[in-house]
Design a protein around this ligand. Structure first.
Ligand SMILES: CC(C)(COP(=O)(O)OP(=O)(O)OC[C@H]1O[C@@H](n2cnc3c(N)ncnc32)[C@H](O)[C@@H]1OP(=O)(O)O)[C@@H](O)C(=O)NCCC(=O)NCCS
Length: 147
């Protein structure tokens, strides 16, 4: 297990955050460095990140949870999520591909159905479902909530 530092991002790390998000292949929209928490290795390299993204009033999304492939399985995402959960109010929402659902269940998130999610997430899920049908993808998109 490495020795990692966790702290708010600085402007200079904006590019590294975007690079990591692109590398791991998750939503590249809304990556304002000011909202990010980052994990740094012994040499100060950015190896993980996460943020809380606001969508209008009262709707907060845990998003952009990413860890460099060679640093996975060491609890980096766990620590990032724990810190963001400590620092933010409830409810918190998130969107993820179905296979990541069990990871977020460990932190108390529960999948919500259409009726249980704010309009913003209903819209995104609808778009995802349409593109899923067109692209013939098997996996669905989960919207989860932590009360
Ligand atoms: C998902 C990801 C962030 C996990 O990072 P990580 O640092 O390896 O995760 P951790 O080592 O902190 O694991 C945290 C916990 O979740 C579990 N876990 C990790 N990935 C999981 C998965 N895909 N499914 C289920 N459980 C998972 C771990 O076993 C661990 O459980 P424990 O603490 O009870 O032992 C990383 O694999 C990644 O960057 N993936 C690509 C980007 C992505 O899919 N991000 C999520 C967007 S919703």
């Amino acid at each position: 297990m490495g020795n990692y530092q966790y702290r708010p991002a600085t402007e200079a790390e904006s590019v590294q955050i975007k690079d990591l998000i692109h590398e791991v292949g998750i939503n590249p929209m809304g990556l304002d460095w000011k909202r990010f928490l980052v994990a740094l290795d012994e040499d100060g390299r950015l190896v993980g990140c996460g943020q809380i993204k606001p969508h209008g009033q009262d709707i907060l999304e845990l998003a952009s949870i990413a860890v460099s492939p060679e640093r996975r399985g060491q609890g980096i995402a766990r620590r990032i999520i724990e810190i963001l959960l400590e620092q933010n109010p409830r409810p918190l929402y998130l969107m993820c591909i179905e296979h990541n659902g069990p990871m977020y269940e460990k932190f108390g998130f529960k999948a919500v159905d259409n009726a249980g999610m704010p309009k913003y997430f209903q819209r995104i899920k609808k778009l995802f479902d349409v593109s899923k049908a067109i692209r013939k993808i098997d996996e669905g998109l989960l919207v989860m909530k932590l009360e």
